[in-house]
Design a protein around this ligand. Structure first.
Ligand code: NAD
Length: 404
């Protein structure tokens, strides 16, 4: 690893958050290159640094929702699967992976019966597995739509990682499939269950900084040397335009939930250096400027090629709310007019979203982050790329559809 480059893992450990398209077909002032291939599942080796549980967790409630985890990558194994032990009403009932080695090691550690360990080829067999109520899609983004739709076809509820998909058309297909199957669809926007962001939403609603005038968000890190063949995050078919979908989506979400408004227009630029294998198919930076009906403006920047930051700031008529890091796994910092606020432990966000979804499945309670929210966000991403492509300001309807 070259000195100044941060790997994703080291950046996360440092307190940053990475979650951090097809619409981008030829988006941007510099169009991304040709895609390296179609989006298809491919088993991967065990990620670095995984700590498997010493004793298998057990369901805690008689009506606990059984999840099949689809895709045993870094986020599933390092962040989400370990949180199920704290869930009040959810447990891991099955795993789906393309790697026999991971199926065995992870299955043994989590106490998953051998006949609940599925290969991708056996995915459709979930339909007859009564132990599984819901599927959690933690695959590369370009695979979310098809694997969610197949889960609905198997009669399962779906919790899907962010971003929901790579195009609004795919989001619409997913929502329609969920409705047809009469099953729930939730997008795993964890900040809606995280105390700092919840407090920031509350404060902005109460006008703790007065009327909002300016908002800035920045999500960036410097990606180490890689290429689409090595890292799906640089593959257009799996990651769309790159940093905006993966990481900038946190800033996009913040801009919406902190202002409580939808933008009426967006102008944007993208940048893709030539001759850098990291950016053969995706953008290095995406920057956009939004205008809201109230007159407030927002500046959103995301990058895979600049020193790490995860920042949001709202400047109103009477004060400033500043969050840095804003949407990490842990270590959030927030100030209102220079006063440090510590509303709670950010660590609760992971299990918070699992239990929220489980309650929706069992009790029919409304989902705070439904498929419609993911669709709205993909429409905004499409508007950003459309503006960058045409060099024009894009005007938006209140549902984020582009006006002709
Ligand atoms: P990862 O590369 O660590 O894991 C992806 C996994 O998907 C692989 O291990 C493999 O098991 C599987 N896979 C199947 N087909 C694949 C293919 N063709 N190429 C690569 N992997 C393939 O990625 P990740 O960081 O775990 O991200 C997975 C999903 O989780 C993405 O949608 C990402 O946006 C999301 N995510 C969310 C957060 C968050 O904070 N909410 C954080 C990280 C990732």
């Amino acid at each position: 690893m070259v000195g100044s480059f941060l790997t994703r893992r080291r950046f996360i450990e440092a307190g940053g958050s990475i979650a951090a398209t097809s619409l981008i077909a030829s988006a941007g002032t510099a169009a991304p290159g040709q895609t390296s291939g179609a989006a298809s599942v491919k088993g991967q080796p065990m990620p670095d640094g995984v700590k498997l549980p010493a004793t298998p967790p057990r369901p805690r409630a008689p009506d606990s929702v059984g999840f099949a985890i689809v895709g045993l990558g870094g986020y599933a194994l390092n962040q989400m699967m370990p949180r199920f032990k704290d869930a009040k009403r959810a447990h891991i009932a099955a795993i789906v992976s393309g790697s026999p080695e991971k199926l065995q090691r992870v299955g043994d550690a989590y106490g998953i019966p051998a006949n609940a360990r599925y290969s991708y080829e056996d995915y459709a067999k979930l339909a007859s597995d009564k132990r599984v109520d819901a599927v959690y899609i933690v695959l590369p983004t370009g695979l979310h739509a098809d694997w969610a739709i197949r889960a609905f076809a198997a009669g399962k509820h779906v919790l899907c990682e962010k971003p929901m998909a790579l195009s609004s058309a795919d989001c619409e297909r997913m929502i329609a499939a969920g409705k047809r199957a009469n099953r729930k669809l939730m997008i795993a926007y964890r900040s809606h269950f995280e105390p700092y962001n919840l407090e920031a939403m509350r404060l902005m609603k109460e006008k703790a900084a007065g009327d909002i005038r300016l908002l800035r968000t920045e999500q960036s890190y410097r990606m180490g040397p890689t290429s689409p063949a090595e890292n799906w995050r640089t593959s257009r078919a799996l990651a769309g335009g790159g940093p905006l979908e993966d990481y900038g989506i946190y800033g996009l979400q913040s801009a919406l939930y902190l202002t409580g408004e939808m933008p009426e227009s967006i102008s944007a630029t993208t940048f893709r250096p030539t001759g850098d294998p990291r950016f053969a198919e995706i953008f290095a930076h995406v920057s956009s400027q939004w205008r809201f009906p109230s007159g407030a403006v927002a500046q959103l920047v995301s990058s895979y090629d600049s020193a790490g930051i995860n920042f949001a700031e709202v400047r109103g008529t009477t004060g400033v709310l500043s969050m840095n890091p804003a949407t990490s796994y842990a270590g959030q910092k927030m100030q209102l007019n220079g006063r440090e606020l510590t509303p709670g432990d950010p660590g609760v966000q992971f299990v918070g979203q699992i239990d929220h979804f489980a309650n929706a499945v069992r009790d029919g309670t409304p989902i705070l982050t439904p498929g419609e929210m993911g669709l709205r966000d993909l429409r905004l991403i499409e508007a950003i790329y459309e503006s960058a492509r045409t060099g024009r300001t894009v005007k938006l309807a209140p549902d984020a559809k582009m006006r002709a």
